[in-house]
Design a binder for this molecule. Structure first.
Ligand SMILES: Nc1ncnc2c1ncn2[C@@H]1O[C@H](COP(=O)(O)OP(=O)(O)OP(=O)(O)O)[C@@H](O)[C@H]1O
Ligand SMILES: [Mg+2]
Length: 356
């Protein structure tokens, strides 16, 4: 699109809630709120010095780098060694799907209380790894240890792992049962918890709803009666209600708009520091990762190409693929700099010249 505007003088109206992307690629920005234009200016000026409260709020909702946290040294809560996963060939004559090695020998460790982000391009194997670790996909080889014990089905470690490991998915509309009320959905997550009477169960449900900032009356509502952000709060409530030691979250905020995304990330960070669970946070949004991860693992074609602390990976990436990922994903911190670099290569146009 940049080339089109430059080489052919094509005008582009780009509609987006991705502010870093907009900051990097547009000349002028128009901010809308409740059907009105609240502010319009050259992009760099608007981003550096927003005049309206609403614009400031939008910019503040952009992910920003979180603090460096001390993770106490301890034995890993989760350990993955040489994990291999093959999807077998499938389908008939017309819908053949070739076999595929989706994970090619993955080694990783997660410490108690640590938030580890798993990043990588589409198809790199992030979801497959998350599902294999959750026990939802059977690996072809290698092993997964939770608190030092294997998690193979029906093994000694499996039952405990089932109770201690929870998953949150990208789309709560499909992960929540549409025929179940919010209360029933959360209650279901508590089934099999020893020594939990009806009164205690009810208390736990109301407590967790308060933790995720949902009013008590949502217990009687169905998922379709909630907004996307509220649904993701319910999915998070379901995941944390048993006080799990480990949560796998696969793109949990990718379907949400910027302000809701910021609220859910804030909620996640609060719950994580209150309860101290470990988390494997799968995301292709590097802005989000920069905000919440202690450590980052980069996947490419079924392999881990780089892993390190958040600051090391973002500030001193070692692998070419990591550099490519960082350059391709504008974050607020670097969007204007990348753009300034591009602008020196061709003269910027004035708003007057741009007005068609
Ligand atoms: N059920 C399946 N059968 C066969 N191949 C599969 C299956 N699920 C995933 N794959 C393949 O495995 C590879 C990894 O897919 P995966 O969904 O793990 O990627 P991802 O990193 O999560 O991508 P995205 O960012 O798009 O979510 C892809 O090549 C995909 O086509
Ligand atoms: Mg995925």
């Amino acid at each position: 699109m940049v080339e089109l505007t430059r080489d052919h003088g094509t005008a582009v109206l780009m509609i987006s809630h991705d502010l870093p992307m907009v900051a990097r690629y547009t000349d002028r920005m128009v901010v809308m709120h409740h059907g009105r234009i609240v502010e319009s200016n050259r992009t760099a000026a608007l981003v550096k010095a927003p005049r309206e409260d609403y614009t400031r709020k939008l910019l503040a909702a952009m992910p920003h780098r979180g603090p460096v946290r001390e993770i106490p040294r301890a034995d890993p809560i989760l350990e993955v060694d040489g994990l291999v996963l093959d999807f077998p060939a499938s389908g008939g004559l017309l819908s053949r799907r070739a076999g595929k090695r989706a994970l090619k020998g993955i080694d990783l460790r997660i410490a108690p209380g640590e938030v580890v982000a798993l990043v990588g391009g589409s198809g790199s194997g992030k979801t497959t790894l998350g599902r294999a670790i959750a026990g939802l996909l059977q690996p072809t080889g290698g092993r997964i240890l939770f608190e030092g014990k294997g998690i193979a089905r029906r093994s000694e470690g499996w039952a405990r792992y089932r109770a201690q490991c929870q998953m949150v998915f990208q789309d709560p509309a499909s992960s929540l049962d549409p025929r179940m009320t919010v209360g029933a959905s959360i209650a279901e997550a508590l089934i099999g918890m020893p020594g939990l009477g009806a009164a205690e169960r009810r208390r736990r449900i109301l407590e967790v709803l308060e933790e995720v900032s949902l009013p008590a009356e949502v217990v009687l509502r169905y998922p379709h009666e909630l907004s996307g952000g509220q649904r993701q709060r319910v999915a998070i409530a379901r995941a944390v209600v048993r006080r799990p030691a480990f949560i796998i979250a696969d793109e949990p905020v990718s379907a949400l708009d910027v302000t809701v995304r910021a609220q859910i990330l804030e909620l996640f960070a609060q719950l994580q520091s209150r309860h101290g669970f470990s988390c494997l946070f799968i995301s292709h949004d590097l802005g989000v990762v920069e905000q919440i991860a202690d450590r980052v693992i980069v996947m490419h074609h079924g392999e881990i190409v780089e892993q390190g602390t958040r600051n090391d990976v973002f500030d001193r990436p070692l692998h070419d693929y990591t550099r490519e990922l960082l350059a391709a994903a504008p974050r607020m911190a670097n969007a204007l700099a990348l753009r300034a670099e591009a602008d020196t290569r061709h003269t910027e146009r004035t708003p007057e010249a741009m007005a068609l």
